[in-house]
Design a protein around this ligand. Structure first.
Ligand code: PLA
Length: 525
């Protein structure tokens, strides 16, 4: 299997989003795109994927990692651009060379949605929970905790320490690892408050780039949440993919995953979605998790880095959704965990999360914490107070904690009921194809299998907004919007059925290659 460096710039999906009717068209000039390299002083930064000869295009990329990559490969072009910087243009601005960037492949969907004047529009792009009425939800427990915080005059707005609120950190580690975790008792866990899941992943990436004694290469699943493909290269950790999703079965490519992990160099890092894999909604079974753990811990020495953005959303149970993480930590090995409270506590905009680093000894843990502070301090100095205070209040109050679990289960159950309603609606319409995966997939998203052409059609004709890889946020659906979505899917499938047939014919010939393509490619030829 070959490892090949990929020029992310050759086909930016962000740019392809712009090419659609969703967003205004922009002009991109290849030569001037490489003009600025804010992080290029870092050596060895690049994006690499194993691609088995199939060209790889992350569905969710902007130009940043590509820029870094081109810095190493296209210095001639860079020089050309540098020259244009010194002469500037007739506008006289030193920034006249700055190119219009594409919208983010996920958050840009909301931008396009907001511009659509249609009253029928539905936003199923970003993974944000909505009520049956289609409204954002602030949990009752969050309101209660906020009232307590506001009423407590002993609280102030002073800076937090660099690592955040100590009780928040302790409670977060207990939430993901279990309050009886041996690693916590042995003081082998360092937890720092982070800027939600994204910030926690980034601090983890930066720490690995500076201090990891193993291979500074991280393997992420194919496909994965698109931001992983930016966070780690920009942190200075080379990023490669392992096979994960099998488009033929719409399930886990377990054999492919195991083979790729076996072929990874010893000491590499492996990013694992703790539960409710985004975007596929496909999680390993407990037996498969054990097989993965054995390869990571026993056959090889790999470092697991868990991204836990949906604890409680997959099954409705906090403990069940932490099961895989706990298997890896309870075996005594080292691990990284990034946690987010965006979805499970509905604290999206509060940006509250945590990074836990589990190491082999208490003294190492102390030193790791001291270095994490040096990563955080020049980045954002110290984290914000309010969101973490809310989480601390809820996690430390038995009644509020119980109430939270009920509200969390209600959200998870509503998402599951949307799966059933959508499946039934497609069955009712006799929509061609097998839609069982809508029921079988887990968490916030359904990875529908709809291709880019069909998604664009659904947006244009039915005002359904979703990511171009065919992912829909089930949490954004309601009983009212299910029929509209089912109509849209039905007509997209019927209108593009000859296209689909051709695709299936082709896909059976090249299925082994497809197993290694990234988010959009297999659905978007
Ligand atoms: N990790 C995964 C796997 C995610 O899906 C997300 C969010 C995050 C981390 C980061 O979330 P946070 O920083 O807000 O805590 N993914 C969303 C939103 C829900 C996004 O793209 O930012 C999504 O729609 O995929």
């Amino acid at each position: 299997m070959s490892i090949s460096t990929v020029a992310l710039s050759t086909k930016l999906s962000g740019a392809s989003l712009l090419e659609t009717s969703l967003l205004p068209k922009q002009n991109f000039s290849r030569s001037s795109r490489v003009a600025s390299f804010p992080a290029a002083s870092r050596p060895n930064v690049g994006v690499q994927v194993r691609n088995n000869g199939v060209s790889f295009t992350p569905a969710q990329s902007d130009s940043s990692p590509g820029k870094l990559h081109r810095r190493t490969r296209m210095s001639a072009v860079a020089k050309e651009s540098d020259a244009s910087v010194s002469t500037t243009t007739d506008s006289g601005s030193s920034f006249a060379h700055v190119q219009q960037a594409p919208e983010d492949p996920i958050l840009g969907i909301t931008v396009a949605y907001n511009k659509d004047p249609s009253p029928a529009k539905v936003n199923l792009g970003v993974g944000a929970y909505r009520t049956e009425e289609g409204k954002p939800l602030v949990l009752n427990v969050v309101r209660k905790a906020e009232q307590q915080i506001v009423a407590d005059k002993s609280r102030n707005k002073e800076y937090l320490g660099i690592t955040g609120i100590p009780s928040f950190n302790k409670l977060s580690a207990q939430l993901i690892l279990g309050s009886d975790s041996p690693a916590i008792a042995e003081k082998r866990v360092v937890t720092v408050q982070g800027l939600s899941g994204t910030g926690s992943l980034r601090v983890g990436g930066e720490f690995l780039a500076r201090h990891y004694g193993g291979q500074k290469i991280i393997y992420v699943p194919s496909p994965t949440w698109g931001n992983h493909l930016k966070i780690f290269p920009l942190s200075g950790v080379e990023t490669r993919t392992y096979r994960y999703f099998d488009p033929k079965t719409k399930g886990l490519d377990y054999e492919g995953m195991i083979e790729d992990l076996r072929n990874a160099p010893n000491g590499a890092v492996v990013l694992l979605h703790a539960c409710a894999h985004n975007p596929t909604g496909v999680d390993p079974s407990q037996e498969q998790w054990e097989g993965i753990r054995r390869v990571i811990r026993e056959e090889k020495q790999l470092l697991p880095f868990f991204d836990s953005a949906y604890q409680g959303f997959a099954s409705g149970s906090l403990d069940t959704d932490a099961w895989a993480v706990r298997q890896f930590v309870n075996d005594g090995g080292e691990a990284f965990i990034a946690q987010s409270y965006a979805k499970n506590m509905g604290l999206y905009g509060e940006r509250v999360g945590a990074l836990s680093v589990i190491v082999k000894g208490a003294e190492v843990a102390t030193r790791v914490e001291s270095q994490l502070k040096l990563v955080i301090r020049p980045m954002y100095s110290n984290p914000p107070t309010h969101g973490a205070a809310i989480v601390s209040v809820i996690l430390s109050d038995k009644d509020l904690f119980e109430e939270w679990k009920v509200e969390l289960k209600d959200m998870a159950d509503r998402i599951i009921s949307m799966r059933h309603q959508l499946f039934d609606a497609l069955k009712e319409r006799k929509t061609p194809g097998n839609w069982e995966h809508i029921l079988n997939q887990i968490g916030m998203f359904t990875f529908t299998g709809l291709n880019k052409q069909q998604v664009e059609y659904m947006t244009r004709e039915h005002h359904i907004y979703m990511t171009l890889d065919g992912r829909i946020s089930m949490a954004g659906l309601s009983s009212r919007t299910v029929p509209q979505l089912a109509d849209a899917i039905h007509s997209a499938v019927v209108n593009f059925s000859s296209y689909m047939l051709k695709w299936f014919a082709r896909s059976s010939k090249i299925e082994s290659k497809l197993a290694n393509t990234e988010n959009e490619s297999h659905y978007q030829r």
